[in-house]
Design a binder for this molecule. Structure first.
Ligand code: HEM
Length: 508
């Protein structure tokens, strides 16, 4: 990597011999000095331009690729910037931590309790939803209401029967697909199961995805995923914004109309149900809870659509994608699979189906989930970054307000100085040491940490544990002819690049 001083000096020597005008020459010199600053152009233009954070010069373009987590980890290692690395994407300043202590400092700091909002999220009205709402009273109110009525242990337990029924339906669908095709592509099944699971909690309603409303819902969700997952250059080069070269704004506006109509109709149905006395305040689905809010807690219809729609996004793909990775892993490691099946058989047997209450007796199955979260965290860069609300220090480093901060959880969970044999799939490590994955131990915090930690973590884990137990109790999972390809693709979440196709051989 060339040093800034050397590059600027060589330009000065070179320029007088060219035919460039003096003004252009000065502009070029200034630009190249800024460009070659550690952390790149956006850092050089900030009031921290003399900062000590190591980082690559110029612009980092890796965030637009599907291996951004790996590229950033590689850069941080080569620049000895694992604690904290500065970089620029267009005019946006970033820092990324790939080390548990700095990660903890960032995620737990109130200075980083905001999120940067990209154009797509803004256009989809997500600035009024919990995940992108600025840190403040509105956001706090949403967290409080959802913690009480959607994510509380009582609510999660109450949804156990629905969860189990959806899992049983998936098992039945897998049997049908195996009978028909001899192989099964699990991703679609998990996605629809997961979508219905969230729809039950949020709207109190399940959908048939082959036709009518279900087909429309599936189309809305697919388009939303794509738009939120797209790397939009206009987010980092403001002048490109009005051109909408990637068509993101146009697509978002078309989608918002459809979402408003779809979710708006469901809200009207629930409002009518409440008017006819069918629903008691505080009971029913989350939409009923929101409709029952009073006074300063009350939400407008537009805000309600944003909040409900976001839950569907956040709750669906993370769970489905994690389960697809887990199934891929149990296919690849038959010894681990049969150990988990023996655990299930010894507690439950094969004569009755597993249920939520059994999960506490499956420590090995829980260890498989943890190990999968470690090797394949659904949000390797913790999906949604944080934004510095005011100037702040991380360690000795000065971070100006408005800097985007990320944690590379993938880098931490693959770091040999943090985890022994980091690339091996070894659930046993969690049988020896019980690591908390809910945000208190930054060696493995796939749900983030601090004020903006994932509020759906317990619901997500309850779903993954139960469905994995159902899938393992019902089938022996073996590779299909094409084997298992563990290549990754980072979109909104870290997905399997090639959807898993395998065989599910009935056990009972
Ligand atoms: C395996 C499952 C899941 C994983 C790995 C996951 C991961 C994450 C991560 C990494 C964050 C960012 C945390 C931070 O900034 O510190 C997050 C935020 C969030 N998650 Fe999850 N999540 C999962 C399931 C769910 C579910 C089931 C829901 C809801 C139904 C949900 C709703 C949210 C929301 C609303 C936020 C934004 C919170 C805020 O900004 O205040 N997540 N999640």
């Amino acid at each position: 990597m060339s040093s800034p001083d050397v590059d600027a000096a060589s330009l000065i020597v070179f320029l007088p011999r060219t035919a460039l005008s003096p003004i252009l020459a000065v502009v070029l010199i200034v630009f190249s000095v800024l460009w070659f600053c550690p952390g790149g152009l956006a850092w050089a233009l900030s009031k921290a331009h003399a900062c000590s954070i190591p980082g690559p010069p110029g612009f980092v373009t890796a965030l637009s690729g599907d291996a951004a987590h790996r590229v950033l980890a590689g850069l941080a290692n080569s620049l000895r910037a694992v604690d904290l690395m500065a970089f620029s994407v267009g005019l946006t300043r970033f820092v990324v931590s790939s080390q548990p202590d700095t990660a903890k400092e960032i995620l737990n700091s109130s200075a980083f309790a905001d999120r940067p909002i990209k154009e797509s999220a803004y256009e989809l009205l997500f600035h009024r939803a919990m995940g992108f709402a600025p840190f403040g009273e509105y956001w706090r109110n949403l967290r409080r209401v959802s913690a009480t009525y959607l994510f509380s242990p009582r609510r999660i337990a109450a949804a156990g029967d629905h969860r189990r029924a959806i899992g049983e339906q998936m098992v039945a669908d897998i049997r049908d697909l195996m009978a028909k095709n001899g192989v099964v592509e699990v991703k679609k099944l998990l996605h629809f199961g997961s979508l219905n699971n969230v729809m039950m909690s949020v709207f109190g309603k399940r959908f048939d995805f082959g036709k009518g409303e279900g087909l429309e819902l599936e189309g809305l969700v697919r388009e939303g995923y794509e738009l939120l997952g797209v790397f939009n250059w206009a987010d980092h080069f403001p002048l490109l914004g009005w051109l909408d070269l990637q068509g993101v704004r146009k697509r978002c506006r078309a989608l918002v109309k459809r979402v408003n109509a779809f979710v708006g109709n469901i809200i009207v149905e629930h409002r009518q149900g409440r008017a006819s006395g069918d629903v008691v305040d505080g009971a029913g689905s989350f939409v009923d809870v929101l409709l029952g809010l009073q006074k300063e807690e009350k939400l407008s219809d537009a805000d309600m659509v944003a909040v409900l729609w976001e839950m569907i996004f956040r709750g669906t793909d993370t769970v489905a994608i994690l389960l697809e990775w887990i199934v891929a892993r149990v296919v690849l490691h038959p010894d681990i699979q049969s150990k988990a099946q023996s655990e299930i058989d010894s507690v439950v047997g094969t004569s009755r189906p597993v249920c939520d209450a059994d999960i506490a007796s499956f420590p090995y199955l829980q260890a498989i989930v943890k190990e999968s979260l470690r090797l394949h965290p659904p949000g390797p860069l913790l999906s949604w970054a944080r934004l510095a609300i005011h100037d702040v220090h991380v360690g000795a480093h000065f971070i100006p307000a408005g800097t985007t901060a990320m944690v590379n959880m993938w880098a931490i969970t693959h770091d040999g100085s943090v985890w022994a044999e980091p690339n091996e799939f070894k659930p046993e490590r969690f049988m020896v040491e019980d690591v908390n994955v809910l945000g208190s131990d930054l060696r493995l915090a796939p749900f983030g940490a601090g004020r903006r930690v994932c509020p759906g973590k317990a619901m997500g884990l309850a779903t993954v544990h139960l469905w994995l137990a159902q899938l393992l109790q019902s089938f022996k999972w073996v590779p299909a002819d094409g084997g298992v390809d563990l290549s990754e693709s980072l979109k909104m979440s870290l997905e399997m690049k090639k959807p898993l196709v395998c065989k599910a051989v009935a056990r009972c």
